[in-house]
Unconditional design. Structure first.
Length: 402
């Protein structure tokens, strides 16, 4: 297999190019205070992966802010910086994957038209009711598995899973209705919740095949911003189902590879922005267990993870301890500095705290790489493609003011 080296920036003092080796499976942790450049850096890593993997890996960004579709456009606002660094600006083929019906989710046909004009391919993602375990169904509605309602729901989903590979919400409703042991109050309460879930438009009769949704020759942006963050666990549920299916499929494909058979799904890179939402410390989340498994057992099936967060202290320490590359931008809060400091490795001369204190500007970061056992202060290279988020907000504010 060819060596994959990501050009993520230059050494702070001597300007030498700095690479991150991505030949094998890796777990990358990006952190820094608000506006320090985390999402931008995640974009740099994704650009490099896309250019270097040449269709050999599926690249997915879980995007809770809805900012990565701009990667379809070249970075015009920083064109001089890009040229100065010796690169060319360019847009990338972006596939925007929207849970549910894109028109319903955006609620605006004009937005869809604009996205398509920018060259973004917009596709729906639908999941089948059978993709969720009985436990996950209870968690989705925040119902305890030992509560009367939880027991009924668990039993209905479990029975259906035994009988058929796929089913829909109507089948769960029917199974609950027919359950002689369920009380009417439980039935009615569950009926309300399941009818509401049907309206989300995310559950489909037939499951979508992941190899039809996530493509190798595009950057796959899973737009989670279209799901209201307040909707209990729904974003986490989508990421749970996607990561679970990718994990299972990759494990199966890996076995085929061992026998020299062809595979439909090669290596997978999953990048998650605002990762504290998905793998929070000290509380459960629908996708937490799966993502921890992804980093712990992903090496063999070729699953890599990139996570970004403002709050290292708010991320589950089990996931953090598995990360073998840290890209730390400026951090100022004590809790977060200490959470990061706990990851200090033996090969560091000082503690991470000391290094972090020396970072000043946006785009500066500390690169800690367990593979090379090195700690380097770097400047992240400028993005080839347009960075969403802050730029869009600035433009909107300007338009608003003048
Ligand atoms: N390496 C860089 N070179 C040039 N500009 C950068 C760089 N990194 C970040 N920026 C600029 O800084 C701003 C903030 O970056 P970004 O959106 O990545 O911050 P963030 O850390 O993700 O913030 P938040 O916590 O709000 O998500 C953007 O306008 C971006 O264009
Ligand atoms: Mg960000």
């Amino acid at each position: 297999m060819a060596e994959i080296n990501l050009r993520i920036g230059t050494e702070y003092e001597n300007g030498e190019l700095i690479y991150m080796n991505a030949t094998g499976s890796r777990a990358v942790f990006i952190c820094g205070k608000r506006g320090s450049g985390k999402s931008y850096t995640m974009g740099v890593i994704v650009e490099e992966l896309f250019n270097q993997e040449q269709g050999e890996a599926t690249i997915i960004i879980a995007d809770p802010m809805g900012i990565y579709h701009t990667m379809a456009l070249p970075n015009q606002t920083q064109a001089d910086e890009v040229r100065h660094a010796g690169f060319l600006t360019s847009g990338f083929p972006v596939r925007l994957i929207v849970p549910g019906d894109p028109l319903v989710r955006y609620g605006d046909a004009a937005v869809l038209t604009k996205l398509r004009e920018n060259g973004v391919e917009v596709v729906p993602l639908q999941i089948n009711a059978s993709d969720l375990s009985p436990e996950a169904w209870c968690e989705l509605f925040d119902i305890g598995m030992n509560e009367a309602m939880g027991i009924v729901l668990w039993r209905a989903v479990d029975t259906l899973l035994e009988k058929a590979p796929h089913f829909n919400i109507d089948s769960i409703l029917a199974a609950i209705e027919e359950d002689p042991r369920a009380k009417d109050t439980s039935k009615e309460a569950l009926e309300n919740r399941l009818t509401a879930a049907n309206r989300w438009g995310i559950f489909a009769q037939e499951p979508t095949s992941l190899s039809d949704v996530f493509l190798l020759n595009q950057i796959n942006v899973l737009d989670l911003s279209v799901i209201d963050a307040g909707t209990k666990g729904l974003r986490n549920m989508v990421l749970d189902v996607v990561s679970q299916r990718l994990f299972t499929e990759r494990t199966r494909e890996r076995r085929r590879e061992e026998f020299g058979l062809s595979t439909k799904l090669p290596r997978v890179w999953l990048a998650i922005d605002e990762a504290h939402q998905f793998v929070p410390k000290g509380r459960a989340s629908l996708c937490k267990e799966m993502l921890i498994r992804w980093v712990k057992e992903g090496r063999q099936p070729g699953l890599s993870l990139v996570v970004a967060t403002q709050q290292p202290a708010a991320i589950d320490p089990e996931l953090l301890s598995q990360c073998d590359v840290i890209v730390a931008h400026k951090i100022t809060t004590w809790d977060d500095i200490n959470a990061l400091d706990r990851l200090s490795a033996t090969y560091m001369e000082g503690d991470l705290k000391g290094y972090i204190r020396n970072l000043n500007r946006r785009g500066e970061a500390l690169l800690v790489d367990d593979e090379t056992e090195s700690v380097t202060t770097i400047r992240i290279r400028p993005r080839f493609s347009s960075h969403g988020g802050a730029e869009i907000q600035e433009k909107t504010v300007r338009k608003f003011l003048f």
